[in-house]
Ligand binder design. Sequence first.
Ligand SMILES: *Cc1c(COP(=O)(O)O)cnc(C)c1O
Length: 426
Amino acid sequence: MTLNLLTRNYAEQLDQQDQLNSFKNEFYIRDGVYYMDGNSLGLLSKRSEQTLLSLLNSWKEHGIDGWTKGEYPWFYLSEKLGEMCAPLVGAKAEEVIMTGSTTSNLHQLLATFYSPKEGKTKILADELNFPSDLYAIQSQIRLHGFETDEHLILVKSEDGHTLAEDRIIEAMNDEVAVIVLPSILYRSGQILDMKKLTEAAHQKGIIIGFDLCHSVGAIPHSLHDIGVDFAFWCNYKHLNGGPGAVAGLFVHEKHLGKTPGLLGWFGSDKTKQFDLDIEMTPATTAGAYQLGTPHVLSLAPLYGSLELFNEAGIDAIREKSIKLTNYMMELIETEVSDYGFTFGNPSDDVSRGGHIFLVHEEAARICKALKEEGVIPDFRAPNGIRLAPVALYTSYTDVWETVQILKSIMVENKYKRFENQRDVIA
Ligand SMILES: *Cc1c(COP(=O)(O)O)cnc(C)c1O
């Protein structure tokens, strides 16, 4: 018997065949909620809750001795988590550290790698990049006494959603000192070809770094092998590290030993840190890029979360993610094709990341109606709806239910009860 693709039975059958299906039980998901926003803030896992409580307990039990005692000694925690995250970004353990925030890490990396020289003073980025990255880049340019309109080159998008790698490569001229690009665009979910871009940059003697906020935990990476100079990312999206989780940073082995642009005592060689010398001895690992005391309680949930990722394996996660987004797109195309939706995300698997991007004039109020019906989407002004079926905790049945709810909202005009305006957080 062949099952009709549009039926709930078909979705249930896909769930039964899904090897990652049991990971859903590791997460706290409210009944009747279809959480499609794991690319903005991932859900809490029981494992993360447990490691957070365990670290809280080590403070309770050990006081200051928690730095070296307990199950997860705080003094080594950022390095330990860097090591656990390394397989997800395709790096060696010593190339990764958990520290800071996405934005502060970009500042640190530009303070290190953006050293303008005569005639080579510009930073190349793209107009679709996340604003915070662009703000950080602009302020670094100003700190060197340059004007941003002249020294920041923004590659344009032809369709408003995606970037053409060849346009980016054409913009890599002799005046460019550093390139900062996303691995996956935060709106359309387009994956950029990091290998191709890195090779092109290096041929022209340009340093290149990537923002992995939307790709870490969603797709496999090979930062080390590709030779990417640096990367940075947040851990609260696909990696489920919790609101305000400490972020990640990668510096390629070939640059380790270089003195970071911004120094702080937690970047010290661990054996020397408590010598408290006036001259700092930086670590010879990515740990050198740390500044002050780590935010231990905002690192803690990552421990449990990274365990889950390493158990599931990033290749299996990616494989399921592709199936989920494909299935979701197929259902949307058949069920609500008459209601004015278009896809802003790439349709081919190779360049589509972990979410889909639906474009609709009424997106703001469709999102409000979805929320009222238990689907948690993500609105992106002026007209985008991001939906992220997350491999570790979204089932095919959840995707099916989500599209049924979307259909009922459109068929019954339910969205018209809401104003077509975004909320403060969107
Ligand atoms: C989420 C996100 C950020 C967020 O930066 P924070 O410093 O963590 O607030 C930055 N860049 C991109 C591409 C993002 O998606």
